[in-house]
Design a protein around this ligand. Structure first.
Ligand SMILES: NC(=O)c1ccc[n+]([C@@H]2O[C@H](COP(=O)([O-])OP(=O)(O)OC[C@H]3O[C@@H](n4cnc5c(N)ncnc54)[C@H](O)[C@@H]3O)[C@@H](O)[C@H]2O)c1
Length: 330
């Protein structure tokens, strides 16, 4: 009698319910899960995919570099440490179409003071992401976020196939993540042809931690703060404005496979960078001598692979520098 009643109700309601659950899921926008999606760079990426209408899930434990001010209910946020094994079940439960693994200890000086913690946290976090992703039925792409620092000292512009020679605990942890990506993609058919990796040069722009060089320059201009100048300002880095990153990541999610150096080759020594900032703002910038043990003097990458994929930057270095230090785009 009860079963008969349930069947009758099901029949009556059936015209209001999609034919299959798959059909209703297919109508939904893609779901993207971003670890570290509240950080300096990936807070911009989180906002980009929210604006694109995607369903966005962020796992971020609100530690160093996080920007909790972007939390506004437009995306799902799990305030969890990625080294906590619970994140594996959360990723499985969310069952995203795309995953970006960007959470990381990113402070090189901290990594030199706390190598054990840095390596343990970053490598375990990466393992959790890959463990979950190899069991995701819907996964279309997993992007692991890495850095130019994995190459170590670069006498010339290096391409993606250069052997990694990380020379500090931070870049060592990032390089370990690159190896995890290669190993998982090769071992588990569920990940074959589904992973990619970004190696950004130095990114700068709004929301960056004040310890990083470009935001230290801004702080010096705004507040008269004195910048610790490592190795007499001889360190040479390539710089990229943060607003160029979300479309590059979007493109790599859609079409990318393997590793992409992301740079426009706007390279300067720290001294030259400070001079550029002086020219743009007309302000004095205070510095004092400092020393970072084991600091690489030069990173420079060949960015042609991501350009060949179709990446067109939205901002030149000069446009980004002006917008960041002086204000809105003209
Ligand atoms: N900033 C750069 O110039 C640069 C250059 C190359 C590569 N990268 C890479 O890009 C990514 C983002 O860099 P960023 O400078 O925006 O970093 P950030 O330090 O500003 O942000 C990191 C975010 O990750 C979160 N996080 C850190 N550890 C976590 C953990 N264990 N569990 C959960 N959340 C955690 C933090 O709360 C924060 O929101 C990193 O993977 C970094 O290695 C950055």
């Amino acid at each position: 009698m009860i079963i008969h009643f349930i069947k009758l109700v099901q029949k009556k309601l059936s015209r209001f319910i999609p034919a299959t659950i798959e059909e209703s899921v297919a109508d939904l926008p893609p779901k993207i899960l971003i670890t570290g999606g509240l950080g300096f760079i990936f807070s911009h990426v989180t906002e980009y995919f929210v604006a694109k209408g995607w369903r966005v899930v962020v796992i971020d434990n609100l530690s160093e570099g996080s920007c909790p001010e972007i939390i506004d209910g437009s995306f799902m946020h799990y305030p969890l440490h990625m080294a906590n094994p619970k994140v594996v079940n959360i990723i499985l439960k969310e069952n995203p179409d795309y995953v970006i693994h960007a959470s990381s200890v990113t402070d090189v000086d901290y990594s030199i003071r706390e190598p054990y913690r840095t390596l343990r946290k970053n490598i375990l976090s990466t393992l959790h992401v890959f463990e979950a992703c190899r069991n995701l039925s819907n996964l279309k792409k997993l992007v692991y976020v890495s850095t130019d620092e994995v190459y170590g000292e670069c006498e010339e512009r290096v391409s993606e196939d250069k052997v990694m020679l990380p020379r500090n605990p931070y870049s060592c942890a990032k390089a370990a993540g690159s190896l995890v990506r290669i190993a998982y993609e090769n071992t588990y058919p569920t990940l074959t042809g589904k992973t990619a990796e970004t190696r950004f040069c130095n990114v700068f722009g709004p929301r960056q931690d004040p310890a990083k060089i470009m935001s230290a320059i801004k702080k010096s201009i705004d507040e008269g703060y004195s910048i610790p100048l490592h190795q007499e300002g001889k360190g040479y880095r390539e710089y990229l404005y943060v607003k160029n990153i979300p479309p590059a990541v979007d493109l790599i999610l859609e079409k990318g496979l393997g590793v992409y150096n992301v740079t426009l080759n706007d390279g300067f020594t720290t001294k030259e960078l400070i001079e550029k900032a002086r020219e743009v703002t007309g302000e004095e910038i205070k510095t004092h001598p400092s020393h970072r043990p084991g600091m690489d003097l030069k990173y420079q990458m060949d960015g042609s692979r991501v350009r060949a994929l179709g990446w067109e930057p939205l901002y030149t270095f000069e446009e980004g520098l002006k917008e960041y230090l002086v204000g809105g785009r003209e």
